[in-house]
Structure formats: C-alpha cells, structure tokens
Design a protein around this ligand. Structure first.
Ligand code: G3H
Ligand code: 13P
Ligand code: ZN
Length: 312
C-alpha cells in the first residue's frame, strides 16, 4: 500500500486501546530496523523526520529511504511525518515534498500565535489529505534545536484543549504530562511519575480525539549499562517506565514518540562491537548488528508498550 496519513491508524488505535509507534529516522539502517520489526509483527508505523534529521540527511534521501521501505513492506501502513515542525513554511515544504503527516510545534509560542499558525498549517495540509499534529504545554529537554530547561517546562492546561482543537482543526494533539525529550527524564532517586489526571481530563474534554506523547523513550537500562561498560559516560540516564506508557496507550494516547531508545540501541551495539573487534573497519560489520538491535528493540516495544502487533 502507498504511504498513508494517520487518520485510520489513530481511529483504530483509539478504539482498540493501543498506540502507534512513531520512530525518528536519520539513516538507512534505522529505517530498515524499524520497518523490518513492524513488518514481522504486522504493526502499523509512523516514520518521523525532525528538522535536524532533514538538515543532516537531506529531504530527498530521507523520503526515498521511506519510499523504499514502503515498497519492501507492502503489508503494513506507513506514515511519513514531520516531527516538531517549527514553522508554517517548513510544514508546507514537507507537505509539498510528499510527507503524509506533519507536526506544527508552536508550544513555545504565545497561545494565540500557536492557534493561528496551527490553523494555517491544518488548512493547507488538509487540501492534500495530510494530517496535522500540534502541541499544547511544554516538555523539558532538547528537541530540534530548541532546548527547554526543566523550570520553563509546563504541563498542558486541560481547560485550553477544546478551544485549541476547535479553532485550529488539527487532527491530533501532543500534551505535556511529565515526559521529556532525551535520556535524562528524571533525577536520580526521583520517582518517575506522569500526570495521568491531566491525560484523563484532556480525554474527557476531547472524546475520541487522538493524543500524542513525546519524550516517551524508556531509556532502556540494558543499553545504558552496555554503553557505560564499553567506554561511554551516561550515568543517571532514566526514562519512562514501560508500564506507564502501556497505561497511556490504553487511554487516549494513540501515538508514542521514540528517538532516544533508537540512539541508545545503536550506540550500545557499536560501542560493544568496537571494543570486541578493534581491528574491524568495514562499517557494514558494525552497522549490521546495530540495525538488528534496533529491530529487536522495536519488536519489544510493539509487544510490551504499544500493543499494536497484528493491527496492520
Ligand atoms: O524530539 C526530538 C527528537 O528526538 C529529534 O531530535 O532534532 O536531534 O533530530 P533531533
Ligand atoms: P525521546 O527523546 O524520549 O525518544 O522522545 C522523542 C520524541 O519525542 C521525538 O519527537
Ligand atoms: Zn518530540
């Protein structure tokens, strides 16, 4: 099947009590590892490209890699999504360039500016059957070229969501309930917590409407341990516990964003490989196992966190 937008995926996910994995892609091995896992488990998937990924790998290379994945995995729905689009112009560029879904991220802007620009993006996107995600509330951590200090982050105000969605016409909404971008989501000794009360209130105010969780990597401890064992320095890296993500997926959360866990899988595998094979220098020798580690990690997520196996 051709690239799809997120409408059907989210409709089924909402009613089925599961979530779609949205994985950030930056190169061929990442695209292959993710889609091989999804294909084997018959899971729908969103491949997302950040502004930084687009700068790094180039729009054409990334879209062609994703198109290749669509050809190689014809049995599963795949959406190509812009992650954290900072402006109308970038969203338009991606819509014109073949993306089937875009996020306009106006979460750091004043409310009325966020509304106005998201509305403009949705109006343009919908002419081309492209779905739009927007964000209310602000996550801590580093997202594409924007670094948000923990003290500047704030939870989504449920009282705003109805007004925002009605006035903008967006198709899904990312909310801030305690997740954050990157590998250091909680302080050591701090008990990981998410504001499920906010998620519940948002869902009550927007019945049937798909909610998105950014910053949702589990920062898988085995990878962190392996990185540290083989020369890395990532002390105190902590993510969102898997059972909390599963809980969110059973509620209104239809899209769970994962980038850090892909980075950790790849880095842990390559560090170990180099330590054990110091004389090797063919990139295929270490990128191959890194791709397999990504595939295994994504399969685990589909089974344990997302619950979307067999939903293609
Ligand atoms: O939300 C942020 C994603 O992890 C993308 O990160 O902007 O470094 O590609 P990036
Ligand atoms: P993580 O850093 O938790 O993987 O979040 C990724 C993300 O939200 C991409 O938009
Ligand atoms: Zn994000």
């Amino acid at each position: 099947m051709p690239l799809v937008n997120t409408t059907e995926m989210f409709k089924k996910a909402y009613t089925g009590g599961y979530a779609i994995g949205a994985f950030n892609v930056n190169n061929m091995e990442i695209v292959q590892g993710i889609t091989e896992a999804c294909s084997e488990l018959k899971a729908p998937v969103i491949l997302q490209v950040s502004a930084g990924a687009r700068k790094y790998a180039n729009h054409t290379y990334l879209t062609k890699l994703v198109e290749a994945a669509v050809i190689e995995n014809p049995d599963i729905p795949i959406a190509l999504h812009l992650d954290h689009g900072p402006s109308y112009e970038l969203c338009k560029d991606c819509i014109d360039g073949g993306f089937t879904s875009v996020m306009f991220d106006g979460s750091s802007k004043p409310y009325e500016e966020n509304v106005e620009e998201a509305r403009k993006v949705a109006q343009y996107a919908h002419k081309y059957n492209v779905t739009v995600e927007a964000e209310l509330g602000q996550l801590a951590g580093i997202e594409d070229e924007v670094s948000v200090d923990a003290d500047k982050a704030h939870f989504t105000d449920p009282a705003q969501v109805q007004d925002f969605v009605t006035r903008t016409g967006v198709d899904s909404l990312a909310i801030a309930i305690g997740t954050s971008h990157g590998a250091y989501k909680f302080k050591p000794g701090q008990k990981p917590q998410l504001r499920f009360d906010i998620l519940k209130e948002v869902a009550e105010r927007l019945p049937g409407f798909p909610i998105v969780l950014h910053g949702a990597s589990s920062v898988i401890p085995e990878f962190v341990q392996q990185i540290n064992q083989y020369g890395g320095q990532m002390p105190d890296a902590i993510g969102i516990p898997e059972e909390m993500l599963r809980e969110a997926a059973k509620m209104a959360v239809c899209k769970i964003n994962v980038d850090s866990d892909l980075r950790l899988a790849m880095t842990a595998t390559i560090r170990k490989y180099f330590a054990e094979n110091p004389s090797h220098f063919d990139p295929r020798q270490y990128l191959g196992p890194a791709r397999t580690a990504i595939k295994n990690m994504v399969e685990h997520k589909i089974n344990v966190v997302l619950g979307c196996a067999g939903k293609a």
